[in-house]
Design a protein around this ligand. Structure first.
Ligand SMILES: CC(C)(COP(=O)(O)OP(=O)(O)OC[C@H]1O[C@@H](n2cnc3c(N)ncnc32)[C@H](O)[C@@H]1OP(=O)(O)O)[C@@H](O)C(=O)NCCC(=O)NCCS
Length: 285
């Protein structure tokens, strides 16, 4: 079974549909994202094509900053697995990233995905951090059992003046160390810089209150939180306050990405979140 790696093109999409629509129990996002992937200026999408030029595997790299390459969306047709294709795609994307100036490649894998974890380890990636995805529907989801939380100390949308205090509180705290100073946006992780908090404030996405800070922005009907700063004694209230923000913003659900630390996990469990464990991997280029 021979294959060649080549750049993906628009016509590949319909050929990916039959075998990438139900990759996971919840479905898959590859086909929905494919057009955006192809048109994004800092993105490279590769396929492995069989002897008839049909794609049998796909993967994407994107430069999230000048020196950070993010790898995502690797899918190999079930009949083409264990032939080294995902590894070849990963290596080709790393070469592309390095040629664009990237110094590190990063990716995320859910804890249960032993195949993907084994595969990236084989090509030299090291697990560098563990993250939690905390998820909860709100009263706007239409579900009767959804959360109805009225936090005592609400979080407010704040301006530029809070960006500095937020950054320094986080820098001095445990969450920055555990996260390796990273943040998440739309299931992509990269290093957080002070300007990210300033930009969030500019876009109305920085929230602050007595329990801490957060970057929160709508994604589809969800409120997505990809960065938080809080302390063990206020963590549960902070999460409840974020649910309050999700309610005010009329989001159907709240999705929080945060570094895995027992006190935050306990707080999230007590506050009624569903939890999922995610592993961040890195490799120097
Ligand atoms: C994970 C996936 C991309 C791997 O693709 P692949 O082309 O089969 O991987 P490779 O052939 O390059 O694997 C290289 C090594 O990874 C490890 N590996 C791959 N699949 C594995 C599995 N199912 N179980 C355990 N180890 C596995 C092995 O060490 C393998 O080497 P070996 O075959 O010599 O033992 C593929 O199984 C897939 O498409 N899965 C569904 C989508 C998915 O989970 N994507 C990743 C989301 S983060």
């Amino acid at each position: 079974m021979d294959y060649l790696l080549r750049q993906a093109r628009a016509a590949d999409k319909e050929l990916l549909v039959p075998w990438t629509s139900h990759t996971f129990a919840w479905g898959d996002y590859v086909v929905d994202s494919f057009d955006d992937w192809l048109t994004h200026p800092q993105s490279q999408v590769l396929v492995a094509a069989d002897s008839t030029d049909e794609p049998v595997a796909v993967a994407r790299g994107i430069l999230l900053s000048l020196d950070e390459l993010w790898l995502q969306g690797v899918r190999v047709h079930p009949k083409w697995r264990r032939k080294g294709i995902a590894s070849k795609l990963g290596q080709a994307l790393q070469e592309w990233g390095a040629s664009q100036g990237a110094k590190v490649a990063q990716l995320m894998i859910e804890d249960w995905n032993q195949a993907a974890r084994g595969q990236v380890t084989r090509i030299g990636f090291r697990q560098t951090a563990q993250w939690l995805r905390a998820f909860q529907t709100t009263e706007h989801s239409g579900r009767r059992d959804a959360a109805k939380v009225r936090p005592p100390d609400p979080l407010q949308r704040v301006g530029l003046a809070e960006a500095g205090p937020a950054f320094y509180a986080w820098s001095a705290g445990e969450l920055s160390r555990l996260s390796r100073r990273m943040m998440s946006v739309n299931w992509q992780w990269r290093r957080l810089h002070p300007e990210d908090l300033e930009r969030a404030a500019d876009h109305g996405a920085l929230f602050a209150g007595p329990t801490g800070w957060a970057i929160a922005a709508p994604r589809d009907s969800y409120l997505e939180v990809g960065w938080i700063q809080t302390t063990p004694d206020r963590a549960q209230e902070h999460l409840a306050a974020l649910l309050g923000v999700a309610g005010v913003e009329r989001a159907s659900a709240l999705e929080i990405m945060a570094p895995a630390v027992p006190w935050l996990e306990e707080a999230a469990t007590r506050a009624g979140f569903e939890l999922e464990s995610l592993f961040l991997y890195e490799k120097a280029l």
